[in-house]
Ligand binder design. Structure first.
Ligand code: SF4
Length: 644
């Protein structure tokens, strides 16, 4: 029996009844326990009613403090119970997933004040789980080996003694290892080069078990944008391989911080290929009693892959301040790509004959075919170099080729937005001056509903801002210390990259004054653990790279946001390609990206009507009047030029 939080009359439309109850929640039930009645929230609820009853896509742009999360959660939960399929809440990244389910988060608030039992389960991305194979390798290395031995000993018994009859339970996720640095975690966390399909430890791997757990959720499954997109792109191939899709059939989708979805779509469509991985996949074919022509085709393809990767390495140039090398496409390279594709096609044809004589394991054959098809698809993008973004990276295992389509909207349109399903985009920044076409077009959305509600906060009274256009790096470190002294810590410092954060950390060591503060650095421990430490230690300082969005810390612990550098996009192949597509790259690509990110960063400061705080923004680009004016538009009132 489905439990609705209101008395349901089957003779009346469900959404209408759900909306009446949601209106009661915001007008009566929550105000009775101390919540304020917010007009913006009630307006948003009426807008979502239409999206849910008409099963449409809606852009819900709502400023900080409107309480938008509570609104979409109520619709998502009630509709999930009505349709008997969970709703998907896709957050921008893994740390925002944790924000939603933390004990003082919005799901817990609804459960407590509405007396609801909410079944909310997390579907974290694969890289958030320990890979047993990598752990087996890493724990016998000398560096930090004790940490990994401890980790191994702490795994559930059913991992160590697989034959015993025991109930399996989810384990091995990043959050369970709060003190590990990101670098230490990377040595044991899943990565894209792990071939889970043929792994002998698959059935007791934490990642597999967690999937079985979240698939059974009845109300909400919470994942990242990247994971949702991974689900979309792998849906068909998983079905062909006889596997379940990553996510179960669902009733509605909420894209929280939905302005970031296009990037996630691109990430998920990105294909990474290593020569050694390719070789390890195709040599599996040589294990059976195969015909000579197939063996020759495999050998030829391996030789050609070596030639191609060698040429890729020689044809690429280093991108400054990045581990990427941009590929300079030339005729020779394109010719070698075609040759490699032809050899893959020969193997594929040979496999058709081979499958008829059953000399190879059928499952293995399917997996190899699937890999070859993916490689073919990725390399086919080289036929239209204008539609392609590609680069290489180098690590001790060799060169990795990364291939990404420039535009994802056709695929998104076909596989996501053509579904007759309520889809909600929620963010404080979805439109350009009230127009949603820019976001809609990038995602291939043709028909949509939309609305904007501003933040209810009085920024003029609650926030003070300083802009610092002229400085050297040394001045800046000194100035930041001075600013921290002014606010007695209580600050979030936002950096554009991990490299700059690390440089700041090194430079800071030269100043004794830094000892007055407790600095917490992103990457030095699990992120939600760091956020919680920052929130609970009022005078601490959190230095972060990925917390421009979503971080919600009301109260004095976050009274100062320091922007270390204006967040212009990196000089990487993705943005290089975007810049090449326009006549005014600075105005069309760099500036909108920076302003959106900056607006999100500033949004971390004032989280309640009682919050007060300072925004300090550094950036040499502020010397340009165009940048100065645009940045000023986000600030509570015109700022006088401030020098350190
Ligand atoms: S299933 Fe994948 S993640 Fe798990 S142990 Fe095997 S290779 Fe590693």
């Amino acid at each position: 029996m489905t439990s609705y939080p209101f008395t349901f009359d089957p003779a009346e439309p469900f959404i209408q009844q759900a909306s009446d109850w949601i209106a009661d929640v915001f007008y009566e039930i929550l105000p009775e326990v101390g919540f304020e009645v917010r007009d913006e929230q009630i307006y948003m609820a009426f807008q979502l009613e239409r999206a849910y009853s008409e099963k449409q896509t809606i852009f819900a742009e709502a400023g900080v403090g409107t309480g938008k999360t509570l609104v979409y959660l109520l619709y998502a939960i009630t509709y999930a119970r009505y349709t008997r399929k969970p709703a998907i809440i896709a957050c921008a990244d893994e740390s925002l997933i944790e924000q939603l389910v933390k004990p003082e988060g919005d799901i817990a608030k609804l459960a407590k004040h509405l007396n609801l039992t909410i079944d909310a389960r997390l579907s974290k991305s694969p890289d958030q789980y320990v890979c047993l194979n990598k752990l087996d390798e890493t724990r016998f290395r000398e560096d930090d080996s004790e940490i990994y031995h401890d980790m191994y000993r702490g795994l559930p018994d059913f991992v160590h003694f697989p034959d015993t009859l025991q109930a399996f339970h989810p384990y091995g996720n990043r959050k369970e290892y709060p003190d590990m640095t990101d670098e230490q975690w990377e040595r044991v966390g899943w990565d894209v080069f792990q071939d889970c399909l043929v792994c002998s430890q698959r059935h007791r791997c934490g990642q597999t078990i967690s999937r079985e757990h979240y698939r059974k959720s009845t109300d909400l499954i919470i994942c990242s944008h990247d994971f949702y997109m991974e689900h979309v792109w792998t849906y068909e191939s998983r079905k062909r391989e006889g596997q379940l899709p990553l996510l179960p059939d669902h009733s509605s989708i909420i894209f929280d911080e939905g302005h970031l979805l296009e990037t996630a779509g691109q990430n998920a469509l990105t294909y990474k290929l290593k020569q050694t991985l390719f070789e390890s996949i195709v040599v599996r074919l040589l294990q059976g009693e195969i015909r000579e022509s197939l063996a020759v085709a495999v050998e030829d393809a391996i030789s050609q892959s070596e030639i191609l990767f060698d040429l890729l390495d020689r044809s690429s140039v280093k991108v400054p301040a990045s581990n990427r090398k941009e590929i300079v496409l030339n005729e020779e390279l394109l010719r070698e790509v075609i040759r490699f594709r032809d050899l893959l096609a020969t193997i594929e044809e040979e496999l058709v004959f081979e499958s008829g004589v059953y000399s190879l394991d059928e499952y293995q054959l399917k997996i190899v075919e699937e890999h070859l098809e993916m490689i073919q698809h990725a390399l086919s993008l080289f036929r239209q170099p204008d539609e392609l973004i590609s680069w290489v990276t180098e690590d001790p295992d060799g060169v990795t080729l990364i291939i990404m389509p420039k535009k994802v909207k056709e695929v998104l349109k076909e596989r996501v937005f053509s579904q007759k399903k309520p889809i909600v985009f929620s963010s404080a920044t979805l439109s350009v001056d009230g127009n949603f076409d820019y976001t809609a077009q990038g995602l291939g959305i043709e028909k949509y509903l939309s609305f904007s509600v501003p933040s209810p906060y009085d920024y003029k009274a609650q926030m003070r801002a300083n802009l610092y256009p002229d400085h050297t790096v040394t001045d800046k470190v000194k100035q930041v210390i001075h600013l921290l002294q002014e606010s007695e810590g209580r600050a979030l410092i936002l950096f554009p990259s991990q490299e700059e954060l690390q440089q700041f950390k090194r430079d800071l060591a030269g100043y004794d004054e830094h000892q007055a503060f407790r600095f917490l650095y992103e990457g030095s421990a699990e992120i939600s653990h760091l956020i919680s430490a920052f929130q609970n230690d009022e005078h601490s300082v959190l230095c972060a790279v990925t917390l421009w969005e979503g971080l919600d810390i009301p109260g004095p612990s976050l009274s100062h946001v320091i922007v270390w550098e204006l967040p212009f996009p990196p000089n990487d192949p993705v943005f290089t390609a975007k810049r090449k597509d326009t006549l005014q790259p600075f105005q069309d690509v760099d500036m909108p990206y920076m302003l959106l990110r900056l607006k999100q960063g500033i949004g971390r400061l004032i989280r309640t009507r009682d919050d007060q705080g300072i925004i300090s923004i550094f950036g040499k680009e502020l010397q340009q009047s165009e940048v100065w004016e645009q940045v000023n538009r986000f600030l509570p009132h015109e700022i006088e030029r401030t020098n350190p």
